[in-house]
Design a protein around this ligand. Structure first.
Ligand code: 7TS
Length: 404
């Protein structure tokens, strides 16, 4: 059981008003809020031991290096990676995906095939299209059904000996569908393809075990998990990370440099050129500590209650249509109101202190599938409440009256 009222006190932003009304923050799939415990870690870093890492003999640099590497160990433990050097710090999910896509440029050739799903965020579509342009490989798509679930028999039919990579998100940001990644990974491995799972939307709600999944790459952003923006991670199996060439050249990623020849550092530094987001990495670790102290089972149970309650209450409004009704889904509700543009609903909700996202959610192919310009998306985290859902439903009814 979660003590939600106690948890809410950890989040200063949840105490503020917007447009004269208490903030109801339902845009968690875009970014989550930050608890005081993580804010304190950020303040402590800049107040007490701000220094560059991996290079100074002085005490501050060593303290910062220790804290940064400690954070890497926390991330390793959280995701159950076998080795800490399989965790690469990046600026976020988008950076992690581009790092892998860039690395595969030298491993693919014309005739090779890449599979993505119809449920992807643009950051899991565009880098692979760019990779196909560079290599001559072709992109295949696992289609979805009306409920927003992937059609697995079509996936099976797409797989063949030319399939080299499969990319799928663990949870869809636009619909909340939890994809059957265990099945997807097993089938891809059976034809010798590598799998990258985009965990941007799953990491706030569940705790992936990368070894149990046997996934080749897993990526996420700290800002979706109560951490800061501008930092994230790439998990890669050691054997894969060793096969990929470095993404960027610069300081810290080298073993020896001369004008004749440069040799690269080993993992993880080969992929971490330049001064990283040191404070962000440390705060990422603190965010995982915070969420683990609450517990992911308790988080998932409570968020499922919010999802069920929100869905039930929304469906009482006759003109509402929910998109994404998969059996397995997380606390994301995408919907439209008959004859009203999502943007208009979002604007009026904001006037009443309620933050939702409207638009295509960087998943235009999903909107094209449903033949709609976009949706209103309410996404819940463990610090939201049923009372907030009630406020949201009342405000939505008002908005519908005003716009009809
Ligand atoms: N993949 C998925 C599934 C996402 O939901 C997002 C961000 C990204 C990748 C990109 O993450 P970033 O941290 O690199 O930007 N999704 C959203 C969203 O749904 N609303 O705003 C950002």
């Amino acid at each position: 059981m979660l003590d939600v009222q106690k948890i809410r006190k950890d989040f200063p932003i949840l105490q503020r008003e917007v447009n004269g009304k208490p903030l109801v923050y339902f845009d968690n799939a875009a970014t989550s809020q930050t608890p005081q415990q993580v804010i304190d870690v950020i303040v402590d870093y800049y107040s007490n031991y701000n220094a560059n890492i991996h290079r100074g003999v002085h005490s501050l640099s060593q303290e910062a290096t220790d804290a940064y590497e400690q954070a890497r160990l926390k991330i390793q433990k959280h995701f159950n990676a076998k080795q800490s050097h399989e965790i690469i710090f990046t600026s976020g999910t988008t950076h992690s995906i581009n790092l892998v896509a860039n690395g595969f440029s030298s491993l693919l050739k014309k005739g090779d095939e890449i599979i993505v799903s119809a449920l992807e965020h643009h950051s899991n579509i565009v880098p692979w299209q760019m990779l196909c342009e560079r290599t001559g490989a072709s992109l295949k798509v696992i289609p979805m059904n009306e409920n927003g679930e992937l059609i697995l028999s079509d996936y099976d039919a797409l797989l063949n000996k030319n399939t080299k990579l499969v990319f799928v998100n663990h949870i869809s940001n636009a619909l909340g569908t939890i994809n059957p990644i265990e099945y997807i990974i097993e089938k891809a491995h059976a034809v010798g393809a590598a799998v990258l799972v985009d965990g941007a939307q799953s990491c706030p709600h569940l705790k992936p075990d990368v070894q149990a999944l046997d996934v080749d790459f897993y990526v996420c952003s700290a800002h979706k998990i109560c951490g800061p923006t501008g930092v994230g991670m790439l998990y890669g199996k050691e054997e894969w990370l060793n096969k990929l060439p470095p993404y960027q050249g610069g300081g810290e990623m080298i073993a020896e440099v001369s004008f004749e020849k440069t040799t690269y550092a080993g993992l993880p530094h080969k992929f971490e050129a330049g001064t990283p987001n040191i404070c962000g990495g440390i705060a990422f670790g603190a965010a995982l500590d915070y969420m683990n102290a609450i517990g992911f089972d308790a988080i998932a149970n409570y968020e499922n209650e919010l999802l069920d309650y929100g869905t039930k209450e929304l469906l009482k409004i006759e003109s509402v249509k929910i998109y994404g009704t998969a059996k397995e889904k997380t606390s994301v509700i995408s919907f439209n109101v008959k004859n009203i543009h999502p943007y208009d609903i979002g604007t009026i909700l904001d006037k009443m202190g309620i933050a939702v996202r409207t638009g295509h959610h960087c998943a235009q192919p999903i909107m094209d599938f449903y033949k709609i310009p976009g949706t209103v998306r309410a996404s819940f985290m463990f610090y939201n409440t049923k009372e907030e859902i009630d406020t949201f439903i009342t405000a939505l009814k008002k908005a519908i009256m005003m716009l009809s």
